[in-house]
Ligand binder design. Sequence first.
Ligand SMILES: C[S@@+](CC[C@H](N)C(=O)[O-])C[C@H]1O[C@@H](n2cnc3c(N)ncnc32)[C@H](O)[C@@H]1O
Length: 399
Amino acid sequence: MRPASPRALAVRILLEVERGGRAQLLLDRALDRLSWPERDRAYATHLVYGTLRRLRLLDFLLEPLLERPEKLPREVRWVLRLGAWEWLSGKADHARVSPWVEEAKRTHPRLAGLVNAVLRRLEPREAPECVRLSLPEWLCEAWRAFFGQVAFAEGFNEPAPLFLTAYRSVEGLRPGPLPDSYIWEGPKTDFSALGLQPQNPASLFAAMLLESSPGERVLDLCGGAGLKAFYLAAKGAEVISYDLNPRRQQAGEKTARKLGLRVTYRTQDLTEPLSEKAKKVLLDAPCTGTGTFRSHPELRYRLAPQDPGRMAQLQLKLLETAARATEEGGILVYSVCTLTEEEGEGVARAFLARHSEFEPEPIACPFPVLRSGLGVYVAPEGGLDGFYYLRLRKVNSRT
Ligand SMILES: C[S@@+](CC[C@H](N)C(=O)[O-])C[C@H]1O[C@@H](n2cnc3c(N)ncnc32)[C@H](O)[C@@H]1O
């Protein structure tokens, strides 16, 4: 059934997210099917992302006004959180309360009075920092211990510009923080037909760290659809992109053709050794994705404290493959879109303890840095995703 309004769509999507769906995918799909004006699309996006990004805080604000929130029908609970989000973002009562009361009436008319009363009685309430940032307690505490602060996580709760990497010159684009990176200000469109690829600059920079030269062979490991491979190919490298997932690679092949770029895709489980080597190897490993909380706001509520450690085991195995595939004198870049100690410095330390043939190289990071020394952690500021980069040189091949 087609949703009647951005509010109805937001409730439907949040219910699906609660059942395990991914907000970005669900919202993009739903909006693609609806020929709504830009204003309604933006409003639905604001409601879904805003509510998920502030969920812990919203529940904290609603807590004194509800006796047993967990007993409420799920639709009504989301209506209350959405209404609380609009209150938090400063919308006036007259424009805010009655639309949500009407929304509640559609599924639970008997609870409309409760929705009305609760949304009118919301009051400011001093929240502990981890609640205010809507982070799970374990991660908030781990970040505070590792980075000495957690205020940076506020960056995950702000909307971000749509960053693009340009493979053709396009008039009138606002420059982003890196060469070839731009900001798109219009409605979404067929970007690859314009020679553009949506990509966060923090992700693009991982590919730049390889400093590949024209004609040089590059291995792009865990390349997925090949977003980083596109950049390397555009700079003239001969790129071979490996991943476990053929569907992602097929999508990448299609995009590469539209962008006019040549990337060779090979499907392989990279916990197994590769049968080729190169001077430049990029491993953009699978990770817990804590650096992408802005665009995947539900992720933070799904991660468990043991996930970073578990992921680090896999990352180390993949790094072994990448190390063997790096020629002597060559460069190996390890990157992950996450900010945990385990998957960043933890992996780096464990790897270097076993591989004296690799030496870390300094990284001149153009972004705000959270922590550096052994690799660099990028702060999720100004729309950047949080990332960890490690650049290694293979000085001799003792393994
Ligand atoms: C962070 S994503 C890569 C994103 C990609 N580099 C890009 O820039 O778009 C990690 C990728 O690792 C792949 N992957 C996970 N486990 C793997 C394995 N054992 N062998 C090969 N690829 C794997 C996933 O399919 C996923 O595409």
